[in-house]
Design a protein around this ligand. Sequence first.
Ligand code: AMP
Ligand code: MN
Ligand code: MN
Ligand code: MN
Length: 275
Amino acid sequence: MNCDLHCHSTCSDGLLLPGEVARRAAANGVTLLSLTDHDDLQGLPVARAVAGETGMRFVSGVEVSIEWGGLQIHVLGYAFDESDALLRAGLEGICSGRIERAQRMSADLERIGITGAFDGAMRYAANPKLISRAHFARYLVEIGLCRDLHAVFDSYLVPGRPGYVAHRWATLADSLGWILGAGGVAAVAHPGRYRLSRSELRRFLGEFRDLGGQAIEVLSGSHTPEQVETFSRLAKEFDFLASRGSDFHGPGESHVDLGLLPPLPETLKPVWVLF
Ligand code: AMP
Ligand code: MN
Ligand code: MN
Ligand code: MN
């Protein structure tokens, strides 16, 4: 089994069309794929159809943007009913504020002399409803302000830096309510990415589990080997199923290509036993 349960298409902030993502995954040897666009389900039908043509299994996915403890955190949903009205309305609600947030981000960048960021970022957003910091980051690289996306997020678009503005995302309870209500399974995305102390992380994982969350991403394109060990230990301690996802956004932009992460440690129970 080569399962990749985390990646993005042009329906959010990825660079490839949903069908291209599925084809690339199959070519890389993925046997079970989930497309997990941010706050959006539009890419799922095409990705599923192309996956079917290649003989690769496919499970519905989404990466929900929430706020917890003042931080932006991502909760992955899998194997839910895509037509579920509450899930769809919840995701719409998250997206509805994104354009206005992008205008405020652009105004904040203008304060330090960076002009045209809204239009510049919009040119990268194939799905304008899903305008994200990744699109702004591409524009800031385009105008030569930074070498690459990672350099952008060192100096811009993050709390305390130009181009960052607060935004009201969903709550942890909202995200689990929508995912579980639609018959799905919830997983914590890339737990190593959050600026949480050890005790805050444990509190977060406890709340996530109490609300019905079942899995955490142990293997992620953004985790170091030490983080893989830490989250393997926490998965066992909290009795979470373990997930594996590249978080692929596009060729040249991601740490790891689709399907190319190492396998999950054998002592962990994989989340895909449920699919
Ligand atoms: P948003 O949903 O608009 O807040 O945008 C978040 C997106 O920005 C993430 O999904 C990533 O694609 C990208 N991003 C955030 N932080 C980083 C980072 N440090 N390096 C690369 N991409 C990042
Ligand atoms: Mn992204
Ligand atoms: Mn994420
Ligand atoms: Mn992601």
